[in-house]
Design a protein. Structure first.
Length: 222
């Protein structure tokens, strides 16, 4: 297994310690989450049901025999576990590399606690090394792209990709993310934007980081 995957796996397995038995659990999307689902299935922990954030995650849950429930069936969630494309010292994130950011933010917002699982390459002092994914209504794509240019970004359509919600993704490079809260809100104020991959209002409460020196548990450093 490649080193980065091994670190993702270690973080995912460590996060199992925070999972409460006989409770509902929100589960994100991506390769790190896939390791988590595998570890959960192999553990003795039995959850009441998982709220999924994507077709990909639902498929993995099904293949590992973990029961799925919809968000509408639960009255909030004690815990949400998900990966990130980048995460900073305040545990604010860029997400959406896999295109699941809208459903991820919805489920994260329903949870009392958000634990991010990641390998050390995702931890950064400044967000913005990766392009910011923005989910747009297809009919507003060009309009939104022009507005993103005005915000200083360089949008590029994710070719051949449709989100689970039937929308498109603009990956926006070179945005100034020194004030990520303002940027998250400014982009979401553009008509036609469904949501963007900045998670500042729903930042993580805990980061379980797979490092070559061992797994680290980090909280926000203000
Ligand atoms: O849409 C995808 C999600 O936001 C993922 O959590 C993010 O892309 C990280 O994925 P991975 O664990 O594969 O690096």
């Amino acid at each position: 297994m490649a080193i980065q995957d091994e670190l993702k796996r270690q973080a995912a397995e460590k996060a199992l310690e925070y999972v409460q038995e006989n409770e509902y659990l929100g589960i994100g999307t991506g390769s790190t989450v896939r390791f988590f689902i595998e570890a959960l299935a192999q553990s003795r922990k039995r959850i009441k049901g998982a709220v999924s954030t994507s077709a990909q995650t639902s498929e993995a849950l099904k293949s590992f025999g973990i029961p799925e429930v919809t968000l509408n069936e639960v009255n909030g969630l004690p815990l949400y576990i998900d990966g990130a494309d980048e995460i900073n010292h305040l545990l604010q994130m860029i997400k959406g590399g896999g295109g699941a950011l809208v459903n991820e933010k919805i489920v994260a917002s329903a949870a009392e606690k958000f634990i991010c699982i990641a390998d050390e390459s995702k931890y950064t002092s400044r967000l913005g090394h990766v392009p910011l994914p923005v989910e747009v209504m297809p009919n507003a794509r060009s309009l939104v792209a022009r507005r993103l240019l005005k915000l200083g970004g360089e949008p590029e359509l994710r070719l051949g990709f449709t989100t689970d919600n039937g929308n498109q993704i603009l990956d926006v490079a070179n945005l100034n993310l020194n004030e990520p809260i303002k940027m998250e809100d400014a982009i979401n104020n553009i008509p036609g934007v469904v949501d963007n991959g900045l998670f500042t209002h729903y930042s993580a409460d805990l980061l379980v980081l797979g490092c070559s020196s061992g797994v680290q548990i980090l909280t926000a450093k203000v």
